[in-house]
Design a protein around this ligand. Structure first.
Ligand SMILES: *[C@@H]1O[C@H](CO)[C@@H](O)[C@H](O)[C@H]1NC(C)=O
Ligand SMILES: *[C@@H]1O[C@H](CO)[C@@H](O)[C@H](O)[C@H]1NC(C)=O
Length: 638
């Protein structure tokens, strides 16, 4: 049952019958981030005006301009309120849209001919939803809906842009379904074998990659430059610790169907690293009708999940890892879907998910998941590792901001979200670069940052390597084998205060030899990654044999494991989980707790990319963590 819109009756009627509100002209509110034909979709015909559309109006949340300040208050180690995380109820109280916004949008819709009994407000007051014909919506939003056709992906509808009356714009973040066009480009064949077939898989999935050679895998600590194992990582990052609080602690790994882990691969891995763990499995949470296929399928479908779980479980044993398996086999899912599952406030029945970006549940497609969307079904784990990425140009600023704010809220509640920064250096998925209009273009020379790593409220993890011929005792370099560490500057998000000093220092002391047309070099844009860890030559059991695997896909679970162990030590002395760690990573107090990476680069777009150097750089961030040093430090914090 959908509740009808609930408003304090007095306010509602006072408003509806008050003198007519000042009507204003429509002003462009949002337009498409990327033209569909660049992604292989061609405009075919106007959408039938009688077609019913499930409209969702995302209301502007209150206090969003204060999110960074409130987040830093509980995340900056120097703040007197450090670690005083919010409860979910406090988050709703702080950010739910104002009654004024609800009333303004409601009244305008009623004035526009959508009677109030058709309008519904979700439980957290974030979204107004109603069904309307395309004809009605075109009239209200001064837009035109078209059907787009793709040679292999079928049809979808959307519009180029839409407008709102000036006096309504301040009350609305975004409206769906409109311009948030399906971002999934058809990928070169060589990439498709690494990715699944559904929403959430091809374009937002960054890797991992495997080596094509066929060297027998004989790992020892003396050849970590060729074979990375959990032992190599322990040695590199001083991970010497036995968990004490596994029961109270939590560690989530996100996987998007059809990616799946294979239980027998875990055992093959554990037999070697370490055998006491044979039989250990993740605790699987199935989100939106997700499935885990237990039989081997292919490297493309098993490589990512096997890699993530083998390393996360091995490095944090006996911690139980929670697998957040997201999306059914028909439709798949986007980032908003796992956020819905851990964060009820982001989630709404028939609510804010976007049919092109996100899986829509119940799934109406044949064979799809018919149950209700998974909403707030599991408490957010203290640490979450996500090895998936999409190109930032595929999302509109409004969509990107709304999702980014949710990561900020998770941070305020004490959760750390780590994301792999991408495997194509300054280029995007598939090595794609942009033209001057920020559209994908073959031969494009404009750098192509990823999302959500461009959101300042996730912790972006880049990749390093043990340089050939070197050992775990030598300084690492940026990863330059098979993949290049994703890094650069956002075209959407401004620079957060916590990284300002080091990023400005980088731009001033080591000005990259590129124009402001190639990347936002103003010193006002969010730079990434924040941190890094090894991402080359990982020994991974996949489909019954060992492969060597490369990618920031490997780096993210390693860093997430290290912070899970830091949380474990804090929980053991009755302190809270670290939550949002970027202010800690950038704090002048912690410089010496990271290994600065000062060699290598992240080529792409026909350039050598950026170069790793002393201090922060857009290749390896602040460097790799030293667990033992960080442990001593985080135990001194409140
Ligand atoms: C909005 O979209 C229409 C097509 O529906 C197009 O003709 C118009 O130029 C677009 N306006 C802007 C500002 O992009
Ligand atoms: C660079 O980023 C800042 C912050 O997001 C933005 O205000 C500015 O317009 C951007 N500059 C260019 C040339 O895009």
């Amino acid at each position: 049952m959908r509740p009808t819109i609930l408003l304090p009756a007095s306010i509602f009627w006072a408003c509806v019958y008050a003198a007519p509100s000042t009507q204003s002209h429509h002003v462009l509110h949002e337009k498409r981030a990327v033209e569909p034909h660049a992604l292989g979709w061609f405009q075919d015909r106007r959408l039938d005006a009688r077609q019913l559309l499930p409209m969702r109006f995302g209301l502007r949340q209150q206090n969003m301009h204060r999110l960074e300040e409130l987040l830093l208050e509980v995340s900056d180690p120097l703040s007197p309120k450090y670690n005083q995380h919010y409860t979910p109820a406090q988050i709703i109280d702080t950010f739910a849209p104002s009654d004024e916004s609800i009333i303004a949008v409601t009244q305008w819709l009623v004035d526009s001919g959508i009677s109030s009994d058709r309008l519904h407000l979700d439980g957290n007051k974030g979204w107004i939803h109603f069904d309307a014909t395309a004809g009605e919506v075109e009239d209200i939003l001064k837009t035109e809906y078209y059907i787009y056709v793709h040679s292999s992906r079928g049809e979808q509808y959307g519009c180029h842009n839409y407008s709102l009356p000036a006096h309504i714009r301040d009350h609305v973040d975004l409206i769906k379904p409109t311009v948030h066009f399906n971002p999934h480009p058809s990928l070169p064949t060589s990439l498709q074998r690494r990715a699944g077939k559904n929403l959430g898989a091809p374009s937002i999935h960054g890797g991992p990659k495997k080596a094509t050679d066929n060297v027998p895998i004989t790992p020892t600590l003396s050849n970590c430059d060729q074979f990375i194992t959990p032992q190599c990582l322990r040695s590199l990052y001083s991970i010497y610790y036995k968990p004490l609080s596994a029961k109270e602690n939590s560690f989530g790994v996100v996987a998007f169907t059809p990616q799946s882990y294979v239980p027998s691969d875990l055992d093959l891995f554990f037999k070697n690293f370490p055998s006491s763990q044979v039989g250990a499995r993740p605790k699987t949470v199935l989100i939106d009708g997700a499935v885990v296929k237990s039989s081997p399928q292919s490297f493309a479908l098993n490589g990512e999940s096997d890699l993530d779980l083998e390393y996360a479980m091995s490095l944090t044993y006996p911690q139980t890892v929670t697998l957040l398996q997201t999306g059914d086999e028909v439709e798949g899912a986007g980032f908003d879907n796992w956020l819905d599952a851990v964060d009820g406030s982001f989630c709404k029945y028939k609510g804010g998910d976007d049919p092109s970006q996100d899986g829509m549940y119940p799934d109406t497609l044949p064979g799809g998941y018919k149950g209700k969307a998974s909403c707030g079904i599991v408490a957010p784990p203290h640490v979450v590792s996500v090895s998936y990425i999409q190109d930032e140009y595929t999302v509109t600023p409004a969509f990107a901001n709304r999702q980014c704010y949710e990561y900020g809220k998770l941070g305020m509640m004490g959760t750390t979200v780590f994301h792999s920064s991408g495997d194509n250096g300054v280029a995007g998925n598939g090595g794609v670069c942009l033209n001057s209009k920020h559209q994908p273009a073959s031969g494009g020379t404009v750098f192509n940052p990823g999302f959500p790593v461009s959101c300042p409220y996730v912790t972006a993890v880049g990749a390093t390597q043990i340089n050939p011929g070197k050992t775990v005792n030598d300084p690492e370099g940026a990863c330059e084998q098979v993949i290049y560490s994703g890094g650069g500057f956002s075209n959407i998000f401004p620079m957060p205060s916590f990284q300002e000093s080091v990023v400005k220092t980088f731009l001033k002391s080591h000005p990259p030899p590129y124009t402001k047309g190639q990347f936002n070099n103003s010193g006002n844009a969010r730079g990434f990654p924040d941190i890094s860890a090894n991402g080359a030559n990982f020994v991974v059991a996949v489909d019954g044999k060992f492969e060597r695997v490369y990618g920031t896909s490997a780096s993210a679970p390693v860093v997430a494991s290290i912070f899970t162990l830091l949380n474990d030590a804090r929980l053991a002395v009755k302190k809270g989980p670290l939550g949002f760690v970027n202010p800690l990573i950038y704090s002048p107090m912690t410089r010496l707790l990271f290994n600065d990476i000062t060699s290598g680069g992240n080529q792409g777009c026909g350039t050598p990319g950026f170069t790793a150097t002393t201090g922060w750089d857009p290749v390896t961030g602040m460097g790799t963590p030293n667990f033992v040093k960080l442990l001593a430090y985080v135990l001194t914090l409140a």
